[in-house]
Write a protein that binds this ligand. Structure first.
Ligand code: NI
Length: 395
């Protein structure tokens, strides 16, 4: 296992790459210039194989170790930016109005390239490393991770485990956070249309007013979490949109509402889908109204495999100043969850210090984190494919 000092010589070059990507943000699947930049770098390192255009702009590159036969593990970075107007005032600010790397994916991509450069010239490991660069992490379903998994690249390259990394404001630079089990929440959304009977607002008895029914449904959903689920299990049900008539004197035919569901438990996800519909339908029935219900499952729970998390902790400990291996899960979601659903693996948080939060116009990736991120990837490869691993297996 190597310490962070071993990777400092890469920091200046990788910082240049990171800032180049930051100046040139691209959105969703349309990360063409970013993918071109990544592909050119990978080719210049002398990797064994590069496949491009997976899910439009995704890339997988293979580096074969020289230590003998062994499995292939996948290391993943995301490449897309966000539709946000940057306000950092940094010299490397976005050159494009309304687009910025406000989630640090520029840092993720640059660090994985740094690790690729190192690994391509230090192949003292068994098996192979698959470097995975995905587009469209930030978009609604079908997102980049989803489409890449659907494309079948995990099978095609015989990838047995997958690892991801996300920078995390609020964790000090040089420190890491992770946990075995659920780390980030699933993300679903729902729409409910309450269908009643419209009319004149002065003659409510001649209508089936959908508005009070909709209001009761909102209140009914509040007790779904507070009265029906274990207080120690996390579930969020939020109604975020409501609309009906646009006039003062008209009772609408129908009222619409929509919201989101987040949870760390697949069982609670099933529960939420079933119970939201039942509560809405029964309240509507009590008022002579009907509902149309739509529940859409998006990103699954980001679930860290226990064994893979041990490797991740070992890698983080060897390079980091500190590792919180029991970090509190977060209720945000992450598209890497699709890869973790298909293969065992782990996502780790890399400290980004006291920066603005992600998805904020003042956010910027902290380049001081770069040697820690690269060191984590390299040590993870040693942990999974190095001699230490074989000794562990033989015991
Ligand atoms: Ni992100």
């Amino acid at each position: 296992m190597l310490q962070v000092e071993h990777f400092r010589h890469l920091q200046a070059e990788v910082t240049d790459w990171r800032r180049h990507l930051h100046r040139n943000p691209e959105l969703d699947f349309a990360v063409y210039e970013t993918a071109r930049f990544v592909t050119e770098k990978l080719a210049s390192f002398g990797v064994n194989h590069i496949e491009t255009r997976i899910a439009e702009t995704g890339i997988v590159a293979i580096i074969q170790g020289q230590g003998g036969l062994g499995p292939t593990i996948g290391l993943r970075a995301d490449m897309d930016a966000l539709p946000i107007q940057e306000s950092t005032g940094k010299p490397w600010s976005s050159q494009f109005d309304g687009k910025m790397h406000a989630c640090g994916h520029d840092g993720h991509t640059a660090m994985l390239l740094g690790a690729a450069k190192y690994l391509a010239s230090n192949r003292d490991f068994k098996g192979s490393v698959a470097l995975i660069f995905q587009p469209a992490e930030e978009v609604e379903l079908p997102s980049g991770g989803f489409k890449m998994v659907e494309d079948g690249f995990l099978d095609r390259f015989n990838i047995e485990r997958v690892y991801g990394m996300h920078n995390w404001p609020g964790i000090a630079v040089g420190e890491f956070g992770l946990r075995a089990g659920s780390l980030m929440a699933s993300q679903d959304d729902f729409d409910i249309v309450v269908r009643g009977k419209g009319g004149h607002a002065a003659a409510p008895h001649l209508t089936v007013d959908p508005v009070p029914t909709a209001a009761q449904i909102v209140l009914g959903l509040q007790t779904l979490v507070s009265r029906s689920t274990d207080p120690l299990d996390a579930l969020v049900v939020s109604v975020t949109k409501q609309s009906a008539s646009f006039a003062y004197n008209v009772i609408a035919d129908q009222a619409e509402m929509a919201g989101t569901v987040r949870t760390l438990s697949p069982a609670l996800r099933d529960f939420a889908e079933r119970r939201i519909e039942e509560v809405a339908r029964c309240i509507a029935m009590a008022h002579g109204a009907e509902i149309d219900f739509r529940y859409r499952r998006s990103v699954p729970v980001t679930f860290n495999d226990a064994e893979a998390t041990k490797s991740a902790i070992q890698a983080a400990r060897s390079v980091g100043r500190a590792v919180d291996d029991q970090i509190k899960p977060v209720m945000g979601s992450e598209d890497f969850a699709y890869m973790l659903k298909a293969r065992p693996g782990a996502l780790v948080f890399l400290g980004n210090g006291s920066s603005a939060p992600v998805h904020n116009p003042a956010y910027d990736f902290d380049d001081e984190a770069i040697p820690y991120g690269i060191g984590y990837w390299v040590n993870l490869v040693k942990s999974e494919l190095g001699d230490e691993r074989v000794l562990l297996t033989r015991q």
